[in-house]
Design a binder for this molecule. Structure first.
Ligand SMILES: O=P(O)(O)OC[C@@]1(O)O[C@H](CO)[C@@H](O)[C@@H]1O
Length: 407
């Protein structure tokens, strides 16, 4: 048994309500996926950001210091004057300061890395780089790519199909759009479009449709993940559901600031809607509908600070809980949100998804391609078949996906 498998198999005796808690994922073991993210992906992200802008010497020095700290040093706190220092203290900064980046919960160290990177590039200012998204060039390049043109052109054919076929195609577009994750592409092999061949490892979509259509008064909350080629299909799905009276209102949760390279902010939402309106054909009609829905409040935006928290959703604050509670269903997109939804732990893969999401204040659906070790809700046969065919690679390669629903 490899050490990773031993770790996955080990179930602690600590109990969270009636579910035995599994080990929290920590990036301390060379050769594991989380270790690779801290040791290789984060330095690559720093290099990419440095090359994308003509930063001055102060920014270069800050990026050098962050690189050195991540490689050899220990977690340093946010500067004393950081606007969100108290928030990060509440999110565990004092506990983890002074410890190796590799020895603290992986969810926490990744999240804090992005916060510190924004500091290094002067994002929170004051100064000339205030508000300049360090990931904007790569996000824009993807949105403007020929691949996006192709996807938008395909909407012209879809428009002639029966409504339920359109809805299914757009749901799958939103699901597989989650592969368009620019951070993931920095280190994933074989994560190109052509590899999107494999089946879903879990598909509860039959339980999702009744929530999206049972009542024209429905509100859909969608917790977005990546900008560009993930956000565009998310928006197309929302536009379709609104246009066909499957929902009356949608609430879209975006990130309040740049995060995990390609996570969608309000600026990215504007870029995506403008990309649609400027595209012509059916895409432009979707874009105009979305513009109108934003204007009259049928599509509302949220940028809650907790969207960039290094914590599971089980710890969400009351105002966010109330927002989700008011929805007919909340659709949670992507790998990181899945980790936060079920807890970033080495769960036995057959742990019921419904048990781990029981705390969530309403029906919840996860749409995710598999890009990290966390997995729940599989039946034993599916897990055995995946492992027999691929070892553990199916967990992290981004070639498998799931739709899981807790009503
Ligand atoms: O949330 P997303 O965009 O689907 O994926 C985020 C991701 O690339 O980042 C983490 C590693 O940095 C992994 O959880 C996952 O692979």
């Amino acid at each position: 048994m490899t050490s990773g498998a031993r770790r996955r198999a080990r179930v602690t005796v600590i109990r969270m309500s009636d579910i035995p808690a599994a080990p929290v994922i920590v990036a301390d073991e060379p050769g594991t996926f989380p270790h690779g993210v801290l040791a290789e992906r984060h330095p690559a992200i720093v290099r990419q950001v440095r090359e994308a802008f003509p930063y001055g010497p102060a920014r270069h020095r800050a990026l050098d210091a962050l690189l050195a700290e991540c490689a050899e040093g220990v977690v340093a706190p946010l500067p004393a004057d950081a606007h969100d220092r108290e928030r990060w203290r509440a999110w565990g900064m004092d506990t983890y300061t002074g410890r190796s980046w590799f020895d603290v919960p992986w969810l926490w160290s990744e999240s804090f890395f992005y916060r510190r990177l924004l500091d290094a590039v002067g994002y929170f200012g004051p100064g000339p780089w205030q508000g300049v998204d360090p990931f904007r060039p790569s996000k824009r390049a993807e949105l403007d790519s020929p691949a996006t043109d192709e996807e938008l052109a395909a909407l012209d054919d879809l428009a002639g199909r029966p409504e339920d076929e359109q809805a299914l195609a757009l749901l799958h577009g939103s699901l597989w759009g989650n592969r368009a994750d620019l951070g993931f592409r920095l280190s994933a092999e074989g994560a190109g479009r052509s590899a999107a061949v494999s089946a879903l490892v879990a598909d509860d979509s039959e339980r999702l449709w009744p929530l999206l259509g049972a009542s024209s008064a429905a509100t859909l909350c969608l917790v977005a993940d990546n900008a560009g080629r993930e956000l565009v299909p998310d928006l197309l799905l929302i536009a379709h559901l609104l246009a066909h009276g499957r929902i009356r209102r949608a609430v879209l949760h975006l990130k309040p600031y740049p995060y995990y390279v390609s996570d969608a902010t309000t600026a990215d939402l504007v870029d995506a809607v403008r990309r649609l309106t400027g595209a012509g054909g059916a895409a432009a009609a979707y874009g105009r509908d979305l513009w109108a829905a934003l204007g009259d409040g049928r599509l509302a935006l949220r940028t809650h600070p907790f969207s960039c928290a290094p914590l599971p959703y089980a710890d969400m604050p009351d105002d966010l809980r109330a927002d989700f509670a008011a929805a007919t269903v909340t659709v949670v997109k992507g790998d990181l949100n899945y980790r936060r939804l079920v807890g970033d732990r080495y769960w036995p893969p057959t742990t019921p998804f419904a048990d781990l999401t029981r705390y969530f204040p309403g029906p919840v659906a996860a749409l995710r391609t598999l890009k990290s070790d966390v997995i729940t809700g599989l039946d034993a046969g599916t897990e055995a078949a995946l492992t027999a065919a691929e070892g553990q690679r199916w967990r992290t390669a981004g070639t498998h996906a799931l739709i899981q629903v807790r009503t």
